[in-house]
Design a protein around this ligand. Sequence first.
Ligand SMILES: Nc1ncnc2c1ncn2[C@@H]1O[C@H](COP(=O)(O)OP(=O)(O)OP(=O)(O)O)[C@@H](O)[C@H]1O
Ligand SMILES: [Mg+2]
Length: 368
Amino acid sequence: MAGRIRVGVLFGGASEEREISLASGLMIAENLPKDRYEVKLLDTLALMARHPCLSPQLRDKAIALQQARPLRSLPSAGELSPAMRDQVERAEALAQSATQALASQDERGIDVAFLALHGKYGEDGTIQGFLELTGTPYTGSGVLASALAMDKVMAKRVLSAEGIPVPRGVHLTGADVAHEGDAAIERAMALVPAVVKPSKQGSSVGMSLVDSPAAMAAAVRLALQHDDEALVEERIFGTEITVGVLGTPGADGLEALPVVEIVPKREFFDYKAKYDPAQCEEICPARIPDEARRQAQALAIRAHRALSCRGYSRTDMILGPNGPVVLEVNTLPGMTMNSLLPKAALAAGIPFGELLHRIVSLALEARR
Ligand SMILES: Nc1ncnc2c1ncn2[C@@H]1O[C@H](COP(=O)(O)OP(=O)(O)OP(=O)(O)O)[C@@H](O)[C@H]1O
Ligand SMILES: [Mg+2]
């Protein structure tokens, strides 16, 4: 078909959310309207073959991608349902040949990059910087907003400066713990019952709920295995909700999607609850009072604006006794058809293919 826009779906990469990204990317590629778009799947791991962070298996995989050789599947980072594992394997097989172009930095074959990456080297401003350098339009937020939102400690500073309610918290680096020892952990203990998380991660990787001060040191250690900074927050009790926002500040305005209520069947919304539909109920529109819904939607728009997000975002909150409290803003939220933002869009009358089309259009508009 002539005149179609060439979209490179960038996915995979080297973060702990690689597999989630592979599943998101495959769904995006399969659902971008075929009459408008010609789609290639590009695994950004191919750009990273020399990166010192790669495990030997990931390095082999990066080199195999560059040479368009068949890939061996790696053991899973987390527990995936059989359906998800199948998607991951299909996605990797489809990415092979087109990825060679990305590795040789010849991505001129695309008009726009659709970012289906999550976590480090994808959601954190690095790939956005690479695309800025090559002059390729891309979906979602720019370098600054991506880097800010990925860093929960920095994002909370900006959000609270804007008067957006966030949980009380302290942050600890590996160096703090090494130098201050017990004193550092004691500062964190004052927040129990607490949630301890790596500052720059997603999918609840490396997170713990801490109900007793004695469990704090181990939780901080675990978080520090996944990032150089651990964030310890007071635990907010209430109804978990999330709100998607579409649009770019200053353009045609921002639209908050219907609120989604999250009801995990586990202790909290952990990795398993996020990616196994049997482990969590997601209800849209949320069963919360109108006033709380309005507050949550207004907060999501303020958070999107405060971090200068572009195109789309999803703000996670807990509706506590004093109203919604913002946990974090995701600049590249999950984009499988069952993910939270696509579900909210559907409830607003925007089917998945149309949502993808809007996100690409916003990326191309940002360039005009
Ligand atoms: N302060 C808190 N109080 C109560 N629950 C919390 C708190 N912080 C995090 N949680 C729980 O942990 C989950 C993951 O936290 P958060 O959204 O901050 O991290 P994430 O791993 O970046 O998530 P995502 O997968 O959305 O990127 C939340 O969905 C919520 O269930
Ligand atoms: Mg979250």
